[in-house]
Design a protein around this ligand. Structure first.
Ligand code: ATP
Ligand code: MG
Length: 390
């Protein structure tokens, strides 16, 4: 795929004399979430300048031969272009002929905008597969109540503000409060994705993801409804969802519950970067140390992948354990110490909003965004899958 950026596609629409192709181009112009550069052509001029296309849509008419010939030539010219044949009906004979001509898929008239949206997602997905997946950062506070969700949400907000294409995936199905921290009430959540798991694909994930005005995407946890048991995604489900979400974004920040649920384990094993959140109390540090041991036992290079975030840090308190002690105990670097900032945290929690800009806690979390560590190796999700399903 040769798209200039994920979400930006170069598309050629072809029909016998170009006029029907103009109709498809008009539909493409209103497909949400994509920047689409479209060119229309008749069969004769279709091959002119047909290089570096992400997608070509060829409309066949009652006599499909000429259109199929165009598909064949486009396929010969580029193996990377996704080729879609649009037939007047579902005639099986035409389907066989379009496959033989080299089309990747066939749609029937009348075309809907939803059909085109699905095709665009598929093409963008393939592009991202080629370009490598986005990074996955997993935020985990094994003791609970230590500020993991505060870090996850505000880190995602800061990363999005730093112009990365960020998704926040909330796997905390027990409290599911990342959406609340962002002051949004998504209609669809992870429950919808898991409920339709047998037809899981990028379209389903995209449909359950809410895009905020800042550009940040959130796939929210359903939380627990009244009397409803919490949703418990399996490891396989969590890995599949993570793979799809990270395939659609530069960076996916994952909020996890305190317990090592199947979904938490899947996320930790698939992470490019793990931020373990703790305070400087012995129980919290012990929980972190146990998690680091478990990760090491699973074959994760904890010195490289795990970083400790010390929350509610008070440099003036001499009774507390020192940062150097923490690094020694964990065998992982301490990436940040976040100040105790009751004013900012309370105001944000009560309003159900991210931390206000320029509060000490917000600034300290935003600093985690800045470089200071080597770029993560990506591709760990595949390894997580191998570890889990061997
Ligand atoms: N640095 C801080 N200073 C003051 N208050 C904080 C700080 N960090 C988090 N808090 C507050 O502590 C509470 C718990 O935070 P949060 O929900 O982020 O923790 P958690 O680890 O995700 O908890 P849980 O285990 O319930 O998921 C929240 O009310 C939050 O506003
Ligand atoms: Mg939490």
């Amino acid at each position: 795929m040769g798209g200039t950026a994920p979400g930006s596609l170069r598309v050629l629409c072809v029909s016998r004399d170009g006029s029907a192709a103009a109709g498809v181009a008009a539909m493409l112009a209103s497909v949400p979430d994509f920047v689409i550069a479209t060119r229309t052509a008749g069969y004769r001029e279709a091959l002119r300048g047909a290089r570096n296309l992400d997608l070509a849509i060829v409309l066949l008419d009652d006599d499909p031969s000429a259109g199929l010939d165009v598909i064949e030539k486009l396929r010969r010219g580029s193996s990377a272009t996704h080729l879609v044949a649009v037939a007047p009906d579902d005639d099986p004979d035409t389907i066989v002929r379009t496959v033989r001509a080299g089309a990747d898929e066939q749609l029937a008239l009348p075309l809907s905008q939803h059909d085109l949206f699905k095709v665009c997602i598929k093409v963008a997905e393939a592009y991202r597969d080629d370009a490598g997946r986005g990074e996955v950062w997993v935020i985990h506070g094994p003791k609970g109540g230590v500020g993991a969700t505060t870090v996850a949400v505000n880190l995602a907000v800061a990363l999005q503000a730093a112009r990365r294409e960020v998704a926040l995936l909330d796997l905390d199905v027990y409290s599911g409060d990342a959406a609340f921290f962002l002051n949004v009430q998504p209609t669809n959540t992870l429950r919808d994705v898991v409920a339709s798991y047998e037809r899981l694909d990028a379209v389903l994930v995209e449909g359950a993801t809410m895009r905020l005005p800042s550009g940040l995407s959130i796939l929210a946890s359903p939380g627990t409804g009244r009397g409803e048991p919490p949703l418990e995604p399996t490891m396989e489900q969590a890995i599949d969802v993570l793979e799809l979400v990270s395939g659609m974004h530069d960076l996916t920040v994952v909020n996890t519950p305190r317990i090592l649920s199947a979904a938490t384990r899947a996320a930790l094993l698939g992470a490019d970067r793990i931020l373990l959140v703790t305070d400087l109390t012995v129980p919290a540090l012990r929980s972190c140390a146990r998690t680091v041991d478990w990760l090491a036992g699973e074959g994760i290079d904890t010195a490289k992948t795990v970083e400790v975030v010390v929350n509610r840090y008070n440099a003036r308190s001499s009774a507390e354990i020192s940062i150097a002690d923490v690094a020694r105990m964990m065998r992982s670097p301490v990436r940040a110490s976040l100040p105790c900032d009751d004013a900012a945290a309370l105001a944000a929690a009560n309003a159900g909003r991210p931390l206000a800009d320029d509060t000490p806690l917000q600034r300290a979390i935003a600093e985690i965004v800045s470089p200071g560590r080597p770029p993560a190796e990506t591709g760990r999700i595949k390894r997580a899958r191998a570890t889990v399903f061997q």
